[in-house]
Design a protein around this ligand. Sequence first.
Ligand code: AMP
Ligand code: ZN
Ligand code: FE
Ligand code: FE
Length: 281
Amino acid sequence: MRIDLHTHSTVSDGTESPAVLIKAARDAALDVIALTDHDSTAGWADAAEAARKHGVALIPGMEVSCRTDTGISVHVLSYLHDPSHPGLVAQIQRSRDARLSRAERMVERLGADYPITWADVQEHIAEGATVGRPHIADSLVTLGIVANRSEAFTHILTAASPYWVGHYAPHPAQAVELIRAAGGVAVFAHPVASARGRIVGDDVIGQMIDAGLQGLEVDHRDNPEPGRQELRRIAARHGLLMTGSSDYHGEGKPNRLGENLTDPSVLDQIEALASGTLSVR
Ligand code: AMP
Ligand code: ZN
Ligand code: FE
Ligand code: FE
């Protein structure tokens, strides 16, 4: 069984539609894929239809944007939650709105040094998609300013850049509580991905565990090995599940489907713990 529990489509900042993504999952010989777009479940229906057509099992999911009190960006994966839970829906809507105005402000700042306009960026955002820096990156590529998304993220779009603007997002412990309230399973995404920015310490992980965190995404290309060992220790100490995933974004990132996998017994536990929605098989 090949199980990949973290992927993105054009519903957020991936480059393939949910249907194309599912077909790519079949071509990558995956048996199970989770669709986890940022702050949105808008791709679930199309993904489910494609999953049935291509004989791939689908775990409907989402990656919830969060921010700690000290401004550290944290992502929490939610699996099999109720997509209409009012509290969770209100929270992700707030983040999506904040992401949009934040992106507009970043483009305004970029406009001082580069010939980029909001209209350029909009060309790269699918209707209703959750907006992120990758969409700005795509526009920088089209304008010939950088060669690809990765290059845009080395300087121009990092948190250390003068063009950087932050955005509202809930505290990770609050996100975990909402995911649980919606019947979902909450897994801390790439917890030690230090190359992306500051990572949280034991204090925040403790708050997330107290709020009901159920798993840690250990096998992810952005987690360095020493950090993974620490994550395995934390998981053992607190009885947390351990997942492995690609965080595939289509052509937007080097991450390939199935490059990290989750053990079938872990997926069984995720499905047993969830009560918000059913997997598609
Ligand atoms: P944002 O949501 O605006 O904070 O942007 C973060 C998103 O950008 C994440 O989903 C990452 O997958 C993506 N990202 C981060 N670093 C890179 C990179 N080097 N190349 C391509 N995408 C990246
Ligand atoms: Zn992303
Ligand atoms: Fe993430
Ligand atoms: Fe992701």
